[in-house]
Design a protein around this ligand. Structure first.
Ligand SMILES: Cc1cc2nc3c(=O)[nH]c(=O)nc-3n(C[C@H](O)[C@H](O)[C@H](O)COP(=O)(O)OP(=O)(O)OC[C@H]3O[C@@H](n4cnc5c(N)ncnc54)[C@H](O)[C@@H]3O)c2cc1C
Length: 350
């Protein structure tokens, strides 16, 4: 790749993390983010497994621990608020539902943002509007900034990725709702949680949660519900709140208060729980990995047939990774990654 300028869309978790590693390997990175600043919001992220290893290799573990949330575990409550069962953090060797190191998504994003600011340019309050790719790179047009020429564009802009939409087509082809919708938002701490993540399961596939926040006086509330796919505008939070209000109407415990506080929450977030195939359909020179059979089995019965497999692809000149348990699916040889020269050797982890 002659042009080593890389444009990343999305300053969430993946965008800044990728910018960090690319900047450290000789690329010039720019991140464009639709929001006017790094977005707060979301519940906690469990730092375990690969995520923890990456944070450690970035030298950010101490900083992450500084902003991690102190929790005693998860407790299940009835409609009357009485606790029915508890699962302390120490259960399962600290690897249970609530793990040893949990950091709020917004705090993790902020840590990653701060770690990348010195070597990465951020364009806030803007978005990619057009991509024109040729053999040498991509010409990118923006909503506000002047057009740029880069070697590579990466979409790290979430479930409704603008980059994926521009490069590969409508979201419906890629996003596979898994039968559940969830919302998270910050509310005033009116209930003493005692350090516990409280969860109330109500009839009809409804789940309401309140979990400790990091800042005194505020906690994080979650409302999730089971559903077949529903139409909603991803940018219209009022209509999303209306959907939640209708679904949770009549639910007990703290739900009425949460529904009220939701309307003025500063960081309301709503999305389906979904999987997606992150790359386009077959193109010459690359191949797909198949989804492990278990993934298909986990899909609800009403889910449409899944035409693609795991969002993993590489040029045919590369051997399949030895460690994978995935099968190659019939009819899915080929991939999107036209920008990788065929003779290029496979990149190795730093
Ligand atoms: C505010 C918020 C709260 C969330 N809360 C939870 C949660 O509690 N639990 C959970 O499981 N998942 C949650 N998610 C989903 C989230 O996708 C994952 O948890 C995780 O953060 C994935 O990281 P990511 O970097 O891939 O995407 P995200 O964290 O979703 O980041 C994507 C970024 O891209 C930006 N963006 C979107 N569209 C455009 C565009 N057109 N142009 C430029 N930038 C764009 C977004 O503003 C966002 O900053 C949340 C996402 C957001 C944005």
């Amino acid at each position: 790749m002659k042009n080593r300028d890389v444009l990343i869309s999305g300053a969430g978790i993946a965008g800044p993390a990728l910018a960090y590693w690319l900047s450290g390997h000789g690329f010039t990175t720019t991140v464009v983010e639709r929001a006017p600043a790094p977005r707060a919001g979301g519940q906690t992220v469990d730092l375990r497994g690969a995520g923890r290893t990456v944070i450690e290799r970035m030298g950010l573990m101490d900083r992450v621990r500084e902003v991690s949330v102190s929790q005693r575990g998860i407790a299940f409550v009835g409609a009357d608020g009485r606790i029915a069962a508890r699962m302390p953090t120490e259960l399962f060797g600290g690897e249970g539902i609530v793990s040893e190191v949990e950091v709020l998504r917004g705090d993790l994003g902020q840590v990653l943002y701060e770690a990348t600011v010195p070597a990465t340019e951020y364009l806030f309050d803007d978005t990619v509007r057009g991509l024109e790719q040729d053999d040498e790179g991509v010409t990118v047009t923006f909503e506000k900034a002047r057009p740029r020429r880069v070697g590579l564009v990466i979409g790290a802009d979430g479930l409704n990725s603008a980059v994926r939409g521009l490069a590969f087509g409508p979201h419906a082809q890629y996003v596979r709702p898994l039968g559940c919708y969830t919302a998270w938002f910050t509310v005033p701490a009116e209930l003493d949680l005692g350090g516990w993540f409280l969860m109330h399961n109500a009839p009809g596939g409804l789940v309401a949660s309140i979990r400790p926040g990091r800042v005194p006086g505020e906690v994080k509330a979650g409302l999730s519900f089971r559903s077949t796919p529903i139409d909603y505008d991803p940018r219209d939070t009022t209509s999303q709140m209306d959907i939640l209000a209708a679904r949770f109407s009549g639910a007990g415990w703290e739900v009425p208060r949460l529904l009220k506080a939701m309307r003025t929450a500063p960081d309301f977030f709503f999305d389906p729980i979904a999987r997606f195939a992150s790359t386009a359909g077959p193109a010459a020179g690359s191949r797909w990995l198949a989804t492990p059979a278990t993934a298909r089995r986990r899909l609800p019965a009403w889910a449409p047939a899944w035409p693609w497999s795991a969002p993993t692809c590489w040029p045919v000149s590369w051997p399949p990774p030895a460690a994978t348990t995935a099968r190659r699916s019939a009819g899915t040889s080929g991939c999107c990654a036209r920008t990788w020269p065929a003779a290029r050797s496979r990149p190795t982890a730093a």
